[in-house]
Design a protein around this ligand. Structure first.
Ligand code: HEC
Length: 269
């Protein structure tokens, strides 16, 4: 399966690779990646659909009855309105934490089992984990829709406010906050431009293309991975997957990106 996926990926990227010899700038390289039909992330979406519909776990049930905020089993537009408050857990959940909730409640997995393997390791050439693939499938059902996370419930407002505060809190041995790298215009590290998430335009540009196929990783990454990755860059200990801190940051970023038209799965370096 892994070899097949790799082969398909190479075939799909073939036109991009031959083009790359002529590309002079990083911007041209990025533009050349934007062919939606050549996005290998589509293979992950297909696998996610199978996993979503398959009877799995100790309770031998599919995820088809999971409520992502628009009623059990309604996927269309659900991701565009996440994170949101859920009554059954009395929590604000993002896509990944909600999938985990349903894997526990409907399918009988334990959080410990799910957390054993959260991210595909690109250095080991792994394919996406089940959870990553399921997240890719669900999010794509909101492709073309505007990001519109609800911000009425007090806990939704609280999450956003905590996220904004965390974004500006300096932590770890480098004394970095998110804002150190993502709080001013025109910053970059090597060839990567760092969005200034105080600006709506930058937040929208970023948030509209996640989850995204990362060419350098060979897998689809989601926002939980991006936050974990940036916290790793800050030399912080591994942040707990789907923890309130990560959901708070995602609430803040998604609210900043409100109104962006989703174009997913995205494709990035
Ligand atoms: C040391 C600098 C640094 C810090 C601190 C940092 N990041 Fe990042 N961030 C990066 C780099 C580098 C990238 C990758 C940019 C690329 O590949 O185009 C990135 C990418 C991102 C992206 C995706 C950008 C996109 O357009 O897809 C998001 C979202 C993000 N960071 C959020 C955060 C959050 C939230 C924090 C705080 C927890 C944080 N970052 C802290 C350097 C940093």
């Amino acid at each position: 399966m892994q070899k097949k996926t790799l082969l398909a990926t190479l075939l799909l990227l073939a036109p991009t690779l031959s083009l790359s010899q002529e590309l002079k700038t990083a911007d041209e390289y990025r533009a050349a990646l934007q062919d939606k039909f050549a996005n290998p992330g589509n293979l992950v979406v297909d696998r996610g659909e199978q996993l979503f519909k398959e009877k799995r776990g100790p309770k031998n049930t599919s995820l088809e009855k999971c409520d992502f905020g628009k009623g059990p089993g309604v996927l269309k537009g659900a991701f565009a309105e996440l994170p949101r408050y859920f009554k059954d857990t009395d929590k604000v959940e993002d896509l990944e934490s909600r999938i985990m909730t349903c894997m526990v409640k409907l399918q009988g997995f334990t959080p410990e089992e799910i957390k054993k393997k959260l991210f595909a390791d690109q250095r080991a050439n792994e394919q996406n984990t089940d959870l990553e693939a399921i997240a890719a499938y669900i999010s794509v059902q909101s492709d073309g829709m505007k990001l519109n996370p609800p911000m009425k419930h007090p806990k939704e407002k609280e999450m956003r406010a905590v996220g904004e505060a965390l974004f500006h809190t300096r932590m770890g041995p480098m004394d970095f906050s998110c804002a150190t790298c993502h709080g001013q215009d025109g910053k970059r590290i090597r060839l990567q431009e760092l969005g200034n998430y105080h600006n709506k335009a930058d937040a929208q540009r970023t948030m509209k293309t996640w989850p995204t196929y990362r060419v350098s990783h060979g897998v689809v990454r989601n926002m939980q991975h991006r936050i974990w990755d940036c916290m790793w860059q800050m030399r912080l200990p591994d942040v707990d997957y789907a923890s309130p801190a990560t959901v708070a940051l995602i609430s803040y970023l998604t609210d900043q990106g409100r109104g962006a038209v989703l174009d997913i799965p995205g494709i990035k370096r």
